[in-house]
Design a protein around this ligand. Sequence first.
Ligand SMILES: Nc1ncnc2c1ncn2[C@@H]1O[C@H](COP(=O)(O)OP(=O)(O)OP(=O)(O)O)[C@@H](O)[C@H]1O
Ligand SMILES: O=C(O)C1=C[C@@H](O)[C@@H](O)[C@H](O)C1
Ligand SMILES: [Mg+2]
Length: 168
Amino acid sequence: MRIFLVGMMGSGKTTLGRQLAQWLNYAFVDLDEHIVQQQGQSIAQIFEQQGQEYFRKLERQALEELVQKYERVVISTGGGAPCFFDNIYFINLHGESFFLDVPVEELVQRLLTQGQEERPLLAGKNIAELKSYLTETLTYRRQFYERAKHTISENSLSPESILSLLNL
Ligand SMILES: Nc1ncnc2c1ncn2[C@@H]1O[C@H](COP(=O)(O)OP(=O)(O)OP(=O)(O)O)[C@@H](O)[C@H]1O
Ligand SMILES: O=C(O)C1=C[C@@H](O)[C@@H](O)[C@H](O)C1
Ligand SMILES: [Mg+2]
């Protein structure tokens, strides 16, 4: 089985994905980290030097490569990954998807305390700007995230709740 975690920046995809892969004894891939390693550039550098559009193409290519390569894997996607091209359909075609649905107030707290620097879309924003950016972005992205096969709310972000949704 392939398990994909989707949701906003700061929703906990990397943290939970790593834990879940350990539980299942599956491979773990963080899509952002995978792209950074493959390109030898940080996400911020890719955005700056080649642009966001190029980054979105890299995300799609990486998704295609990873489903070819792995059958038992947990993939934590980047915050925007399911919202470009037909990526969310591609994800659903190749595995079980989970939307980590965390309220904006909580995202703001987490992202303020955990460096905005590696997240180019958040860099340089103050708390009010961060909040309005996340609110607007989530309002638009929800239509994609909600196409995930399962939704997990903030208070059940654990490997156990994912396993029980999968009847494992
Ligand atoms: N369940 C949780 N409760 C509280 N804090 C959490 C939880 N999960 C993750 N965090 C914290 O929130 C921050 C963001 O988590 P993480 O990096 O896993 O999010 P992400 O969804 O992968 O974000 P991005 O899309 O930017 O990669 C980290 O500081 C992490 O320690
Ligand atoms: O929400 C987004 O668009 C992004 C989220 C991160 O995971 C990275 O993929 C990148 O910083 C863009
Ligand atoms: Mg992450």
